[in-house]
Design a binder for this molecule. Sequence first.
Ligand code: T3D
Length: 260
Amino acid sequence: MNEILTETHDGWRKLILNRPAKLNAVNAAMLPHLLAAIDAAEADRFCRAVVLTGSGRGFCAGQELGPDVTPGPDGPPDLKTLADTFHHEVVRRIRSSRLPFVCAVNGVAAGAGASFALAGDIVLAARSATFVQAFIRIGLVPDSGASFFLPRLVGDARARALAMLGDAIDADTAERWGMIWKSVDDAALVSESEAMAIRLANAPADALAAIKTMFAATAANTLYQQLDLEAGLQGDAGRSADFAEGVRAFRDKRPPRFAR
Ligand code: T3D
């Protein structure tokens, strides 16, 4: 079975984790295909947005608790290399991509699967979906960015409790806590995430990429450094055809038609 499905639409792609019987748990054989699918979207000049979702009733149950993490003749598994090479590379590529990523969390997102979801730029979740920091349940620690994303999204108190207790939270709670953009009716997730991708595909692409650059830098920057970065990126945006079109459309009282 093809464990990563790609749908190519007009201006956007959908990447689907496709191991439904295992709630789309990932492993070292599957993750290179996910990385390749992300790279292919990045390389496609007609692609302006990506939806990442799962097939079946799960989004992603994190690392497959199978051969990759089973002690072999040489001793315990090398989780550092596994994380560095695969899981963390997924997060790096989503975050460093020019493309806005919409994560459509269709079901449980656990362990690294929750981190992949939170790496998205805009996270929509089906109301029945849950987010689980499952690591502690099996004696591991948060990875794939969980210890970076969570405190920034929900605050230190909630992040620590989620990481230390491993309790599941539902999509409504995730929305209320600011962990995700929106919880939607299960039946509406596909249409809402696709509408979001289309909307982003029609937005000014360079400005979206610049917003990603800004938000990537903000965690490490001082206010003054961030002001310098904003000024530089605004300078670039001010020279763009999209800005000229945006202002023209405003004056003409019509919707803008940004470059595609
Ligand atoms: O180096 C590194 O970076 C290592 C990576 C670490 C990052 C991680 O992601 S560590 C965390 C790994 N993930 C987990 O510990 C989650 C394990 N799964 C669960 O706790 C539960 O399955 C869920 C809470 C996600 C969902 O529960 P539920 O009751 O809805 O479903 P289920 O019945 O437990 O699972 C359905 C099937 O999927 C089941 O298979 P079966 O019995 O029907 O054949 C189950 O074994 C399978 N499954 C779910 N998660 C995994 C999995 N199989 C392998 N690995 C999984 N992670």
